[in-house]
Design a protein. Structure first.
Length: 327
């Protein structure tokens, strides 16, 4: 189990962060009742997390549930052009988790195209015409073992099972058909900016009654088509380093290795992929020594792992949202 190593956050901050991963729209009073603090205290801690840990709460479509494609892209490019290319990618609404890696000569990016046209426009249109991009490798994500609604902060064990059960929204995710209708777009546009947007704001954006908005959002969340996610700076918890791991496992061991990876404390994301490697992992660690300890320890001991390529991030450009440098 991970331990908090922070000079700015304490145990209650970590509990609140974990609680928001379970239910990002829970009221301050509900959060306080579960965590044993007043709603005023929770509101203050929430503002503290936003200011000091970069906390953002927002709604995301779940491509895994909706049956939509997701890709991890690796771009090798000239070092002096990598920051500009990564910033241009970060401005796109269909990208996330962008990092500069390999000393600044590689960009790692997740893309979630809404349709074939979006994917073709990026991979067959814009990027190949960029002179500084010398190599593009695209890895389609085939099966998610960890990530999405399952957040990394829960690996700190800050909440017990009773607290998690008390926070979970009702009905539980997984009930009802998973689909997003055209009429849902105005609702999701607001929640994509602020997952805690109050119902009167959602009512104004959609033109629906407040009760209709509540019913529709409850249905979207219950189906799993949409989930409330959080982003934050892992360095605020004492874990500033991250790396992408491109793992090749024996085909017969792919599922067992993927499930084992999902249980590792260091793993924030794990998926089976198509491409030269068949697993991609995002590992979050305290320092370079922590990355070595993970590679040579828990990962190195996994039966069925044949090859690992590690690409440490020099800089994380975008998680779920992006703010241009200097703003």
């Amino acid at each position: 189990m991970l331990t908090l190593e922070s000079t700015v956050l304490d145990a209650l901050d970590l509990q609140l962060l974990s609680a928001l991963e379970v239910n990002g729209r829970a009221s301050f009073s509900r959060l306080g009742a579960v965590l044993g603090a007043s709603d005023q205290t929770i509101a203050r801690r929430y503002r503290k997390l936003c200011a000091e840990a970069g906390l953002r709460v927002l709604a995301l479509r779940d491509p895994h549930v909706l049956g939509e494609d997701q890709w991890f892209l690796r771009f090798r490019c000239a070092p002096d052009s990598a920051p500009a290319i990564s910033d241009a990618l970060a401005k796109r609404p269909d990208t996330a988790w962008i990092g500069l890696a390999s000393g600044g000569t590689e960009i790692v990016c997740m893309t979630r195209p809404r349709g074939p046209g979006d994917h073709d426009e990026l991979l067959l249109g814009k990027l190949p015409r960029t002179p500084s991009v010398v190599d593009i490798r695209a890895h389609q994500l085939l099966h998610r073992f960890y990530g999405g609604p399952a957040g990394w902060s829960r690996k700190f064990g800050a909440l017990d099972d009773e607290q998690i059960a008390a926070l979970r929204p009702h009905p539980a995710p997984g009930s009802g058909p998973a689909r997003i209708e055209p009429d849902d777009e105005p609702l999701l546009a607001v929640l994509r900016r602020d997952g805690r947007a109050p119902y009167p704001e959602l009512q104004r954006a959609t033109g629906r009654s407040e009760s209709a908005v509540k019913r529709r959002l409850t249905a979207l969340l219950a189906s799993g088509a949409v989930y409330i996610d959080i982003e934050y700076h892992s360095e605020a918890l004492g874990y500033p380093r991250a790396a992408s791991l491109w793992i090749t496992a024996a085909p017969g061991a792919l599922t067992s290795v993927g499930r084992a990876l999902a249980g590792h404390d260091e793993v924030a994301f794990a998926s089976a992929t198509a491409g030269p490697s068949n697993l991609v992992v995002t590992a979050v660690v305290r320092d370079t020594a922590g990355l070595y300890a993970y590679l040579s320890g828990p990962l190195g001991r996994l039966e069925g792992v044949q090859h690992v390529e590690a690409t440490p991030f020099l800089r994380r450009v975008k998680q779920l949202t992006y703010e241009a440098p200097g703003r």
